[in-house]
Design a protein around this ligand. Sequence first.
Ligand SMILES: [Zn+2]
Length: 639
Amino acid sequence: MRHFGQPMAAQRTFYLTTPIYYVNAAPHLGHAYTTIIADAMCRYRRLAGDRVYFLTGTDEHGDKIAQAAAGAGEAPQAYADRIASAFRETWNRLGISYDDFIRTTEERHKRVVQAILARLYEAGEIYFGKYGGNYCFGCERFYTDKELVDGKCPDHQTAPTFIKEQNYFFRMGRYQDWLVRYIDERPDLIRPERYRNEVLGFLREPLEDLCISRPRSRLQWGIPLPFDDRYVTYVWFDALINYVSALGQPGEPRRETFWPHAQHLIGKDILKPHGVYWPCMLKAAGIPVYRRLNVHGYWSLGGGKMSKSIGNVVEALALTDTYGHDAFRYFLLREMTFGLDASFSEEALVGRLNADLANDLGNLVSRVTTLIVNVASGVLPAPGPETPQEALVGAALEKTRAEVHAAMEEFAFQRALAAIWEFIGVVNRYVDGTTPWVLARDPARKDRLDTVLYTLGESLRCLSLLLAAFLPNTSLKIRQIIGLGEAPMTLADLTWGKLAPGASVRKAPALFPRVEEKKAVPAESRKAGADRGRVTVADFSKVDLRVAEIVAAEPVSKSRKLLKLTVKVGAEQRIMVAGIAEQYDPAGLVGKKVIVVANLEPATLMGIQSNGMILAASEGGTLSLLTLDRDLPPGSPVK
Ligand SMILES: [Zn+2]
């Protein structure tokens, strides 16, 4: 077996935050998604040996909390205590490995907020002024006429109330040019790129000063301004500061260690406060700006955005209880291309569970362990001489390790999992290709059998490591089955040949029992066959289907759905326009082999001539490109 060198990277420091969740409602799928991907990222970085601090928490001030508390007949603090502990309990049940949970009603937070306010006030960054404007009580903010849609709040579809009052303002406008330059100079500050462009888009409009106070006569539930106790702090100004207040005051070791490496993870609905207000606040307060803002898209259920104010919310916990935490995590991480929207359905979750988890992964673990128990009495043999078949598995591991690493640098969880599933495919084909059950019948081939069994056992060990950040429970189960138990692990152990021969292997209970797909067959597939009319082989052969390689992909301007793809069909390159922009990240498509209709009449879409059609399957809002399960050159015919 070839041994692959593992360059030991220097230890890095990583500070990742989720938004602090507003306690006016219980945790839902949107919260669970952000928190689960943050958890997978932090687990991965810890496995890589990095120094990690993972912060989550709750946002507990403002009108909406005061109203929700009044509605529940509770004092605001008692109400916030109750909901905050519901969040904490949810994350504990989901096995979220947070290091800290900050609440904006904690003293440690208030101290830092007031220190920053005092500093800004003394520096002349905050002034007292009169303001009249359209105020949405739901959003707790003023809207400019331009931001209103048909005179209504775009989020709440209610008419704002005109309020004229004296307030304190942060001189945010003076940071506009600075911020544009700052973002221009740092292509990685806001990722994926579409959100960077969106922030630069906001900054093409004049940036106004930010009203940062609310009069106490109207709102009691907030942090008093240190320089005028007739006012409390605007909830966004208060909330954003949690990312530094959780680390303590400047000079404290945790603050000095982690703040220079701060990365935020947010949903796209809160891009403006994080992409515009927060860097200006930090700059004005003399605190370095965060390193990176990572922005994800929405989950939709039947079309609408899933949010606390809209109502079509899936109870996250109910689904994890039904299908298991790992299956739920796997679905969320695998189904959404980071940064883009995805649609959530129980059927799609069950589909992934059956195909990827029960079939590909679960069957592999069960086949391998059953073999080792049946033909080697559950003791992993020492390998005999290796052949090119083993070298292929080792090479596949190395490729997967590198792809997972590259994907995780970009928060591309779906690509990391796809790479791991490629490795699972290689090992499954290795079992088929080496036929150990046949080898076991011939005592003369014991050496060969030993090599195959060792390779399989070692593959499971490597899989347990690859999966640890994404499916922690499954990873642990696999390690227990191959006799490793809860021994500590690191990514540095992801080198071939580390599993000692002699390890005792147990038969595995099914890791992911298949779930009956109770749902009726979708209308689209029912139409298949007779109802759609039959075609002859001669008719079908008129369609020239070919393998094509995507060599470039870019968004089509002014279109949310279309991507312009340059594909290689044989020696020839062509442009094809495909309606896949909402489901596929252009960068992730390059290098993919797809199936195209090569002899389609050209068509012009958004001014671009499209020469051919890329095939994709779709059901509900989910779309999946047809790809190859073995590599073939572009131009290969499909029959
Ligand atoms: Zn509103």
